[in-house]
Design a protein around this ligand. Structure first.
Ligand SMILES: C[S@@+](CC[C@H](N)C(=O)[O-])C[C@H]1O[C@@H](n2cnc3c(N)ncnc32)[C@H](O)[C@@H]1O
Length: 218
């Protein structure tokens, strides 16, 4: 029998269509920040999403805010390529999707003080102790994200995992992010927010979501 990874004639038709090449490599491969005005063809706020998954937040947020230049980084190729392709169909000129590990790319392509907002929604909780080091929010990376934000810039965090909510909030506040509601305090649900793909499920089921809106000191 042919190994499962071998191409089998006839099955391609049934597979979802995937863009053939990695998306956003012209940005992900850079060693230094690009000229974002030239990349987008217009100037305006610059925002980052880490782990955009199926793209629900990125696509809706970009549709609502055509003035914002939005970089969505997602390392799973199916999600990244699908979001890119849907963004193209929606004719979103303000979205770039990068198929990459955000921890490697963010330090290289964003200058200090260049981001207006960072969105991190429902990051993988990495349940196994041995995998915890893969979590996005670690003290060093939290410091780096703080550095990349402009003074007064926003960090938008959402998660459904209560203990990770508390631990991520503590790491971010220890790194120097300010919580306008008071240390350790979560933000109430704002119906005006663009929901992420995962969040839509919780909004329907009523499962709790822990939200924080932190600021870099002005
Ligand atoms: C639980 S999903 C949530 C997706 C989306 N934010 C949402 O709320 O629907 C977490 C996503 O982060 C992505 N991810 C985790 N670590 C990443 C990293 N270092 N760089 C890029 N993407 C990452 C995963 O592939 C996954 O799609």
């Amino acid at each position: 029998m042919a190994p499962a990874h071998e191409k089998r004639p006839g099955l391609d038709m049934a597979r979802p269509r995937l863009l053939p090449d990695p998306v956003g490599m012209h940005l992900a491969d850079l060693e230094a920040p690009p000229d974002w005005d030239a990349e987008f063809g217009f100037s305006g706020p610059l925002e980052l999403e880490i782990g955009s998954g199926a793209g629900g937040h990125a696509l809706e947020y970009c549709r609502r805010h055509p003035d914002v230049r939005y970089i969505a980084i997602e390392w799973r190729k199916k999600y990244a390529r699908d979001t890119q392709s849907r963004g193209e169909k929606m004719e979103l000129r303000n979205l770039r999707v990068l198929e990459a590990d955000a921890r490697l790319v963010v330090p290289r392509i964003f200058a200090s003080g260049s981001l207006d907002a960072i969105h991190l929604q429902f990051p993988d909780p990495w349940w196994k102790r041995a995998h915890l080091k893969r979590a996005v929010i670690q003290p060093d990376f939290a410091q780096l994200l703080l550095d990349r934000l402009k003074p007064g810039g926003l960090f938008d965090l959402r998660t459904d995992v209560e203990d990770r909510a508390h631990s991520m909030l503590a790491v971010l506040e220890d790194a120097g992010f300010v919580n306008p509601l008071g240390r350790g305090t979560f933000h109430p649900y704002d119906p005006e927010e663009a929901p992420s793909t995962r969040e839509r499920r919780y909004l329907t089921s009523g499962q709790p979501v822990y939200r924080a809106r932190l600021r870099k000191p002005a």
